[in-house]
Design a protein around this ligand. Structure first.
Ligand code: GDP
Ligand code: ZN
Length: 313
C-alpha cells in the first residue's frame, strides 16, 4: 500500500450517532471519533459495528470503510410509505403505554410483533402508574401480556421503584423505548440518562444551523449498564409489516397454537380445523389479541397489494 493516504491501522467501533455522511464512532477503548463514510455506497445507522481508519477530513478524524454484519436492522415506515432503517443491532424493544393518552394496544402489539419478527426480546412498560385508569382496560390487558410471557413493568416519573426495575431490565441489552406520543418516553429517558435533555437540545441546535437531519438517533451507554438507542424517529416508529403469512409470527401465543392448525397455510380467519380459534375458546389466545392479529393481517394484505415497501437509501 502506498504510504500516506488511508495507510493507517484499521480499528473497529460502534456508531453512536449518524447524520447523513457523518457519524460518531466509539472505539473499543471508549474514545469518540468523528468519522466520514468512505465512498457513496456505504450507509450506517446508529448501533452499527464498523471498521474505520484514521483520516483527516473536514468532518473529523476518521473514515468508516466497512459495516460489519448486522444481527438485525430495524426500519420504520417514513411519511412517504418507504421503509427507512433506523437502528442496527438492538437486542430489546421496550413498548411503553400509559393511562393518558389512553393506551393504544394495537400499536403496542405491533411493536411486540416487530420484536418477534426481528428476534428481539421485548417487554411492556405501563407508565404514569400514579394516575388512575379511567378506561379499566389497562390492568386486564397487562395481565394478558404477562400471561403470554412478556415482562410487564409499572413505572411513574414520580416513583423510583418502577424506574429501578426498568434499569435492571435494560442492563446488558441494547434497547429502544417505543410507544405513542405522550406516554412519557422522554421523561423516562431523562430519568435513565441524566443530562440527556441538554445533549438532545445541542443536536437540534446544530441541525437548525446547518444541514438537514432526519430522525438522527443516538446510542447512550446507561450509567446502570446496557445501552439505549433514542431519537424522535425511533420513539414512535411504525414498523414495516411482513407478508400476510408471516404476520402470525409476531403474535407469540398465536404462533404456538398455529402449529396444530389443519392447514399449513391457515391464516386463522375462519378456516376449518383452526387450532388458533380453539385456543381462543380455551382462553390461551385472548379475543383482543386475536382481533388485533386479524386487523394487522388485513393491513398487511392491503400493503402487499401495493407491492413491498421500497428500502430508501
Ligand atoms: P413522550 O411523548 O412519550 O416522550 O412523553 P413525555 O415524556 O413528553 O410526557 C408527556 C407528558 O406526560 C408530559 O407532560 C409529562 O410530564 C407527563 N408524564 C410523563 N411521565 C409521567 C408520569 O409518570 N406520571 C404523570 N402523571 N405524568 C407523566
Ligand atoms: Zn389456524
Amino acid at each position: 500500500m502506498k504510504p500516506g493516504r488511508e495507510a493507517g491501522p484499521q480499528s473497529t467501533g460502534r456508531v453512536v450517532a449518524s447524520h447523513g455522511r457523518d457519524a460518531s464512532v466509539v472505539d473499543d477503548s471508549g474514545r469518540e471519533i468523528h468519522c466520514r463514510l468512505q465512498g457513496r455506497r456505504l450507509a450506517v445507522v446508529c448501533g452499527d459495528r464498523v471498521r474505520w481508519t484514521p483520516a483527516h477530513t473536514e468532518a473529523g478524524a476518521g473514515l468508516i470503510v466497512e459495516v460489519l454484519p448486522r444481527r438485525n436492522l430495524l426500519a420504520r415506515i417514513d411519511s412517504r410509505g418507504a421503509a427507512e432503517p433506523v437502528a442496527a443491532n438492538l437486542t430489546q424493544l421496550v413498548a411503553v403505554v400509559a393511562t393518558i393518552p389512553a393506551a393504544d394496544f394495537g400499536l403496542c402489539d405491533r411493536y411486540l410483533a416487530a420484536a418477534e419478527w426481528n428476534g428481539l426480546a421485548a417487554c411492556v412498560v405501563a407508565n404514569k402508574c400514579d394516575l388512575d385508569d379511567a378506561s379499566g382496560t389497562l390492568a386486564p390487558t397487562l395481565e394478558d401480556y404477562a400471561r403470554i410471557g412478556y415482562p410487564v413493568l409499572r413505572t411513574s416519573k414520580r416513583l423510583a421503584e418502577g424506574v429501578d426495575a426498568l434499569r435492571e431490565r435494560l442492563a446488558g441489552e441494547t434497547s429502544a423505548l417505543v410507544g405513542q406520543s405522550g406516554v412519557g418516553k422522554s421523561s423516562l429517558t431523562n430519568r435513565l440518562i441524566p443530562g440527556v435533555e441538554a445533549a438532545v437540545d445541542e443536536v437540534s441546535r446544530a441541525s437548525e444551523s446547518g444541514r438537514h437531519t432526519t430522525s438522527t438517533a443516538s446510542l447512550y451507554a446507561l450509567p446502570s449498564g446496557g445501552e439505549l438507542i433514542d431519537s424522535p424517529g425511533v420513539r414512535d416508529f411504525a414498523p414495516p409489516l411482513p407478508a400476510p403469512r408471516n404476520i402470525a409470527g409476531g403474535y407469540r401465543e398465536i404462533a404456538v397454537a398455529a402449529a396444530d392448525c389443519r392447514f399449513r397455510d391457515c391464516l386463522h380467519l375462519r378456516e376449518p380445523g383452526c387450532a388458533v380459534a380453539e385456543a381462543n375458546l380455551a382462553g390461551r389466545v385472548s379475543a383482543r389479541r386475536l382481533d388485533s392479529y386479524r386487523r394487522l393481517l388485513t393491513l398487511a394484505g392491503q400493503l402487499a397489494g401495493r407491492g413491498p415497501p421500497r428500502l430508501r437509501r
